[in-house]
Design a binder for this molecule. Sequence first.
Ligand code: HEC
Length: 456
Amino acid sequence: MEILGKFHPLLVHLPIGFFTLGLLLHVLKSRKLVEVNDPLMRWVTGTNALVAALSAITGYLLSQDGDYAGDLVLYHRNAAIVFTVMSVALFLSYIRKRNWLVQNAFWVLGLVAMIFAGHLGGSLTHGEDFLSFGAEEYARPLIVDPQQALVYDEVIVPVFAEKCWKCHSSSAKKGGLRLDSPENILKGGKNGKILTAHDAGNSELMRRLLLEKSHEEHMPPSGKTQLTAEEITLIKWWIDQGVPTKGKVLDIAQSEEVKLALATLVNRPITKVDLPDIKIPVVDDQTLKQLTDMGFVAAPVEMGSAFLSVSLYKSLGESFDQAVWNKVAPNVVWFRAVGTDIDEKLVSALKSCTNLYQLELRNCNILSSLTPLENLKSLKQLNLQGTKVSKEDLKVLISIPSLKQVYLFESGIQMADIPQRSDLLIDTGAYLIPTYPSDTILLTREDLVKSLESLQ
Ligand code: HEC
């Protein structure tokens, strides 16, 4: 029986055709433009009623196999019922020769129901964005630092949302599976669980992702947007780490491969205004590949831009090649190193980045003097969070004229250690929070003004 349901998407085109034909004849006839005899109207509306009923039945059967769920299906069904009833009513009205006013009402109602049912049906088969009438699109969260991102909500959900929800969410439930909440994911599909926590190798979901693209069980099905290698790495990591649905990335063990995959999630918006107003050649793919081999993660700051954002998550090794680096150095506008050694090699690499405007050295281990960086003539932002910088180095860095902002949170540097410069915003993160003798704090306006004054 279920197999009949498969014919529904094909069959539904027939009532649309017959109904439209009948309506056209009805209008032409009432305007006296053509002679339409009653047997013809009975034949057209009768066939329409028949194919409408067949569509309704196959639609019902299709909905039974669990692939579709949610409000969309419900609205589609209700509109289709109204359409079918109107189709039968029209046929009867032509047999019983009802007056044209009643017939008009049936035609109008039927038409409205048909448009609704047709549109919703289209959305069910082609995805909700089909002829989007305000259908919500999933917006990827902004990720500045992947380590601070929420594992489930900000790393895993975006992958499912963009690549799977079209067929596995509230609107469509292909294979009986929804991937739009932790509960639904753990519940699995019509063949049971799709995940084995701590064991990606034994998880149906992983098996489907890794199958040959041409295999009929491969997900997403061929022809749909596929997962990137990094996304697959992250899903595997998530399963192997026990399918966490809460907590941050940094709380979870990561291999080097996972760290690199996470680094690709950075989508800090960089506005054009921030970029140097110069034209430089785009770095070729070959050189970008060499950068990757040297342990860097490099990407254009925006589509088609020659400027690069470069990240480093492990200390520079033997593979570092200054000659290759020199080729890209002018293109690097944003550099971030997290938890790596800042040795002489890295300092000299950074020194050559003449257009660098944002430098982030977070939780790094300083092994060499930073003095050579005073030549970074474009530097605007410097972030030394968690990096123990010496007062001497800081003094040199702060004297870079272009510098606008310095972050020194957890760097061991106190406000008092910093040479003052009026045009420079310095953030040590050591904020003073006024305390009150009682546990219950009732702030009056005066209190607020007073405490603000005491902070200044
Ligand atoms: C274009 C629609 C479509 C997209 C997109 C899609 N799937 Fe599917 N998926 C299906 C269909 C249809 C089935 C049922 C047929 C089958 O089992 O192959 C299915 C079945 C599955 C099943 C097996 C459920 C069970 O219990 O049998 C898993 C697991 C799965 N999909 C995972 C995914 C993942 C993960 C994504 C996103 C990366 C995805 N799918 C994207 C259409 C889709």
